[in-house]
Design a protein. Structure first.
Length: 304
């Protein structure tokens, strides 16, 4: 006899405003428990130091989590000049310090120019990136530093929004895989004084912004006062995560073939790429256009 899974079969995305000081996985477990969800997954880690937009996928929504992981992001960060750390943020050990420096706003603006567009970035040792199955941060904690290959990322925009004394604020829009701590460290090196992050907030992940966010404390309060029905109102339909993909609406008869794994020919399909699939108005998953112009199932949603 199959063991019954604990929790509810609920599907949707919660846009958490992650609090400072906790890991993304810890935040996920808290939300999973509040919603009493059977299955949950996050869409890429935020450092414990970081706050802000962290989409969490419950139930079948975990099937779109990779698209959120691959999505563009926006950040707001505060960087302190004069101190370089081994982690690129205030939680690391000080490597170098420089008390005597005088840097103008114009110098910072000029130093930011090479960061715009496509750049090669070396991932920091204090990162979740794995080498031979071991996260780099675990090696870093043991004092081990290994060679990391530079990776190509895209900085769509990087703007200086504030500069007072030895602290500056940047707003950054970037591609997936961009390390803001590395930008801070590289900027400090370019300015010749060293730098590290003292505050970091993600303001957007894919289609989701701060306006979509809810805190864990707010969820707990609403659950205690109104139960699961109230907090379920924070669940966002999973297809919003892939709203930039073309929509393909299928009649039920045609959708049944897709559900059985068979490609179908539909009029007015895109020439290539991924699409959102709907049976009438019901989202049923992600499809792809194959070589002969048919739409084939890629990731299908299981209806409860």
């Amino acid at each position: 006899m199959a063991k019954r899974k604990k929790g509810r079969s609920i599907d949707g995305i919660v846009i958490l405003d992650k609090a400072i000081g906790i890991s993304s996985n810890r935040a996920l477990q808290v939300v999973k428990r509040i919603f009493d969800a059977q299955k949950a997954g996050h869409t890429g880690s935020l450092d414990p130091l970081a706050t802000g937009v962290l989409p969490l996928c419950l139930g079948e929504a975990t099937k779109v989590s990779q698209f959120l992981l691959d999505s563009d992001k926006k950040y707001r960060t505060v960087i302190k000049l004069g101190v370089r750390t081994d982690s690129g943020d205030s939680e690391g050990n000080v490597l170098e310090s420089c008390a005597d420096f005088d840097i103008s706003q114009l110098q910072i603006e000029e130093a930011l120019t090479p960061f715009r567009g496509e750049i090669d970035q070396v991932p920091p040792m204090y990162s979740a990136l794995k080498v031979n199955g071991v996260p780099l941060y675990k090696m870093a904690r043991k004092g081990i530093s290994i060679h990391r290959e530079a990776r190509r990322v895209v900085i769509y925009s990087i703007e200086l929004t504030k500069y007072e004394k030895d602290e500056l604020e940047l707003e950054i829009a970037c591609s997936k895989g961009t390390y803001i701590r590395t930008i801070a460290d590289d900027l400090g090196q370019a300015l010749g004084c060293g730098a590290h992050i003292i505050a970091l907030r993600r303001t957007q992940a894919g289609a989701f912004t701060e306006a979509d966010c809810v805190t864990a404390d707010k969820l707990k309060e609403e659950f205690e006062n109104g139960g699961l029905g109230v907090i379920d109102e924070h669940l966002i339909p999973m297809d919003k995560a892939i709203a930039d993909l073309p929509e393909v609406v299928l009649p039920s008869a045609t959708a049944s073939f897709i559900k059985n794994g068979q490609p179908v020919l539909v009029r007015h399909l895109p020439e290539q790429g991924l699409v959102r699939l709907y049976e009438e108005e019901q989202f049923i998953g992600i499809g792809c256009i194959d070589d002969d112009g048919k739409v084939a199932p890629r990731r299908l949603i299981v209806a409860h």
